[in-house]
Design a protein around this ligand. Structure first.
Ligand code: AMP
Ligand code: ZN
Length: 119
């Protein structure tokens, strides 16, 4: 199966290696790398290598791959030794929610104490 790629997409360029990233985990269909502007001591992005504009379109097209993002995020949390202390997974979906890169990704944030609220 061919992987959809968007030539103008920043994260597709990370997948192809045209833009460098600090990769922490990789599978055949996913990549996890450090966020360039970390918002917590651990801030990793887990993405499908295939281009989908957001989590909703990914889940609609490939629900099993959407699940792999969650297991890879859990794996990255274990690698970072933040699984026990706790972490947050965030999918910003749509510009109104703060999405700036329109290639599906989940933020893994941890290594600090979080406030109880979500916003
Ligand atoms: P979002 O706002 O949910 O679309 O998240 C996009 C994230 O991508 C932000 O947290 C950015 O800091 C991050 N980002 C942008 N460019 C890069 C890059 N070249 N390498 C790693 N992370 C990046
Ligand atoms: Zn893309």
């Amino acid at each position: 199966m061919s992987v959809p790629i968007d030539a103008d997409c920043l994260f597709c360029k990370i997948v192809t290696g045209d833009i460098p990233a600090t990769v922490v985990r990789e599978t055949e269909r996913t990549l996890a790398f450090r966020d360039i502007n970390p918002q917590a001591p651990t801030h990793i992005l887990v993405i499908p290598k295939a281009h989908y504009p957001n989590a909703a379109t990914l889940a609609a097209a490939e629900p099993e791959l959407a699940g792999v993002l969650l297991s890879e995020a859990a794996g990255a949390a274990a690698d970072e030794k933040i699984a026990d202390s706790g972490y947050r997974l965030i999918f910003n979906t749509g510009a109104g929610a703060g999405q700036t890169v329109f290639h599906a990704h989940v933020h893994l944030l941890g290594g600090q104490v979080f406030h109880e609220g979500l916003v």
